[in-house]
Design a protein around this ligand. Structure first.
Ligand code: SAM
Length: 188
C-alpha cells in the first residue's frame, strides 16, 4: 500500500525533521513506542521529554527504554503535557513534538486527553518550536469525548496564522469507524 496510515505517516514526517542532538517532545507517552522512536532519532546527544498522566504508561515506557538502551537521552514526566513549561528548561528550543490523542489501548478508556489541556500544551510547545520544526497531532476521536476534542483541535489549527505556520491535515476519508488522522503544524 502506498498510502500510509496515520502513525507511519507521522513517523515519516518526524524522520525528516529530527536530527541527532535535537530536543523533542512525546506529549502522550502511552505504551512508549513513539518515545523509543524519538529517542533513536535524537541519539545520545539529544533529548526526549515524554509526558503521561498514567503511572502505568510511564512504567511500561521506562522498561522499554531500559531494554533498548535508550534511557540516557529520555526524561519521562509523570504529569500532564500542559505542565510543559515547568518541566522543559526555557532555554531549550524544540524541533518536534508529537501528540497521540485519546486513551491508552488495553487500559482505562475513561482516561483520555482533553481539549483544554491539549490546546494549552500545543500553545506552549508552538512557542518553543524552532523555525521549520514540526508539531504533529494524531487525532483519534471514535471514543466518548473524542469528537469534542477533535472539533476543538481542528478549530485551533484552522485559526493559526498562515504567515507563521503551515498546517496540513492527512487522513482517509472513505473509512468507517472514525479512523485517526494527522494534523501537522510546521513553523515558518
Ligand atoms: N503514543 C502512545 C503510544 O505510542 O502508545 C499512545 C498514546 S494514547 C493514544 C494517549 C495517552 O495520553 C494515554 O496514555 C493517556 O494516559 C495520555 N494522556 C491523557 N491526558 C494526558 C495529559 N494531559 N498529558 C499527557 N498525557 C495524557
Amino acid at each position: 500500500m502506498y498510502l500510509k496510515t496515520a502513525v507511519p505517516f507521522s513517523h515519516d514526517l518526524l524522520k525528516q525533521v529530527i536530527a541527532p542532538g535535537d530536543t523533542v517532545i512525546d506529549a502522550t507517552v502511552g505504551n512508549g513506542s513513539d518515545t523509543v522512536f524519538l529517542a533513536t532519532l535524537v541519539e545520545k546527544k539529544g533529548h526526549v521529554y515524554g509526558f503521561d498522566i498514567q503511572a502505568e504508561a510511564i512504567k511500561q515506557t521506562q522498561e522499554k527504554l531500559l531494554l533498548t538502551g535508550l534511557t540516557e537521552q529520555v526524561t519521562l514526566v509523570h504529569a500532564g503535557h500542559e505542565t510543559f513549561n515547568q518541566h522543559v528548561p526555557e532555554t531549550k528550543e524544540i524541533s518536534a513534538a508529537i501528540f497521540n490523542l485519546g486513551y491508552l489501548p488495553k487500559s482505562d478508556k475513561s482516561v483520555i486527553t482533553k481539549p483544554d489541556t491539549t490546546l494549552s500544551a500545543v500553545t506552549q510547545m508552538l512557542e518553543r518550536l524552532r523555525k521549520a520544526g514540526l508539531l504533529i497531532i494524531v487525532v483519534y476521536y471514535g471514543h466518548d469525548g473524542g469528537a469534542v476534542e477533535k472539533d476543538a483541535v481542528l478549530a485551533f489549527c484552522e485559526s493559526l496564522d498562515q504567515t507563521q505556520y503551515n498546517v496540513l491535515q492527512y487522513g482517509f476519508i472513505n473509512q468507517k469507524n472514525a479512523p485517526p488522522f494527522v494534523l501537522a503544524i510546521e513553523k515558518k
